[in-house]
Design a protein around this ligand. Structure first.
Ligand code: ATP
Length: 304
């Protein structure tokens, strides 16, 4: 079991009448890449801001590196970096000049650190190009370089993929992977598009309307998005009874909207069809299907 470096317990945040977070509980394991997934207004930024100490929770508790009191949390936060608001850079300066300014502001004595972070984010060859002429992907990477200056163990990134083109998405995913594997940095990344993060994260936290809708490991999510047999008949109620009694099906969902879904005996469609038919049920539809990640996401966040 990996060490838990952050635990969020029963966190609630009220902005006037607006409940932005409602009893939020989850944890972050050392070495993981956590995807915080939810639609606009779900509460992702608020969670990140409370982790960063930029917003005080109304109730609940945050534990970071073993600390829960304000002094301990502030010390723990020196081990983390955040990219929460859109990265602010001086438009008329180069990447190096921007980072140099940040280095001095943050009181980091090591001048060589600029070269290291520029290399980490693949911006080492941008030379005299000023930020005004950077692509969105380059800007995001510069924001990351800034967050990396102080050698964080934990990086919290709010929607870093938002607005990037497909090439930019691949590039930044690779970068996250590298930071995680080679620099041993734990990452928490928010997104409103599950598929942007689905090839990357080791853990997923789904949130909507300030509430946690599900917490999964990568493997658990894969299992949830597994194959199934879709069946619709002239009498789904009777058909499901037959599937249980005659075939011994246990893993099955039956809903008015989707009909019958069987998650086992996936290679026995012919036998299932024949058994239903022999028992007086006419299958109108019987086929193998897969729950797409986006279907699953919609189900998760809408709570259907
Ligand atoms: P987005 O992707 O749109 O940024 P989000 O998941 O990050 O969404 P939050 O920004 O955390 O969501 O907002 C959660 C809820 O809290 C929203 O309803 C938002 O309007 C509200 N909210 C956030 N900040 C404030 C604030 N300072 N004052 C009042 N309400 C706020």
């Amino acid at each position: 079991m990996s060490e838990k470096i952050v635990e969020v317990r029963n966190l609630t945040k009220q902005y006037g009448k607006q409940k932005a977070l409602d009893d939020v509980t989850f944890s972050i394991k050392k070495g993981s890449i956590v995807g915080l997934i939810g639609p606009n207004g779900a509460g992702k930024t608020t969670i990140m801001k409370t982790l960063g100490g930029l917003v005080y929770p109304t109730s609940g508790e945050i534990e970071m590196y073993g600390a829960t009191d304000e002094k301990g949390l502030n010390h723990a936060r020196t081990r983390m970096s955040f990219m929460i608001e859109a990265p602010y850079e001086k438009e008329k300066m180069t990447a190096r000049e921007n980072l140099e300014k940040q280095r001095l502001q943050k009181g980091i004595p090591d001048k060589k650190r600029i070269d290291e972070v520029l290399k980490q984010v693949n911006l080492e060859n941008t030379g005299k190009k000023i930020v005004k002429n950077f692509s969105l992907g380059m800007r995001q990477r510069l924001g990351l370089a800034n967050a990396l200056l102080a050698k964080p163990e934990l990086l919290i990134l709010d929607e870093p993929i938002n607005g990037l083109d497909p090439e930019g998405i691949v590039e930044i995913r690779e970068l996250f992977r590298r930071l995680n594997k080679e620099e041993n940095i734990t990452l928490v990344i928010s997104s409103h598009i599950l598929s942007e993060l689905s090839l990357l994260c080791t853990d997923y936290v789904f949130i909507n309307n300030g509430k946690i809708k599900g917490v999964f490991t990568e493997d658990e999510l894969k299992a949830e998005c597994s194959e199934y047999i879709q069946i619709n008949t002239d009498n789904n109620e009777k058909a499901s009874a037959i599937l249980i009694d005659k075939i011994g099906i246990e893993k099955m969902d039956v809903t008015k909207e989707s009909g019958i879904r069987i998650y086992e005996k996936l290679d026995e469609i012919r036998y299932i069809s024949k058994t239903l038919y022999e028992n007086g049920i006419i299958p109108v539809e019987i086929a193998k299907n897969e729950v797409s990640l986006e279907d699953y996401y919609m189900k998760m966040v809408s709570g259907v």
